[in-house]
Design a protein around this ligand. Structure first.
Ligand code: ZN
Length: 109
């Protein structure tokens, strides 16, 4: 079972108390964007074998959205952080890079 720490409550939460929100850090496209950019925003998602950044909501707790970084192969959770960020915290990226040599933020893996 997936267990994530809610960064707001500070408690470890089973996935049954969470709601998955898909890929984190999407660039939102709206009026004025091209049809191709809007289509990519609506339908295109990464599906990496490895490090993935996801949105989760502590649905049966505080109700807040947060982000989680985990490995899609081993299910190892690298960390969670509040959703009001444009990119993961630097210390989290450093921690992932230490465990996954060659990995860096924004490489799409
Ligand atoms: Zn919470």
């Amino acid at each position: 079972m997936l267990i994530l720490r809610c960064p707001y409550c500070g408690v470890d939460v089973d996935e049954t108390d969470l709601h998955a929100g898909g890929q984190a850090h999407l660039t939102r496209e709206g009026p004025g964007s091209s049809d191709a950019d809007f289509e990519d925003y609506l339908f295109m998602r990464e599906n990496p074998k490895g490090v993935h950044f996801e949105r989760w909501r502590h649905a049966y707790g505080c109700g807040k959205w947060f982000h989680a970084a985990r490995c899609t192969v081993s299910l190892e959770v690298f960390g969670t952080y509040p959703a009001q960020t444009l990119r993961p915290p630097e210390e989290l990226c450093d921690r992932i890079a230490a465990k996954r040599p060659g990995w860096s933020w924004g490489r799409g893996e």
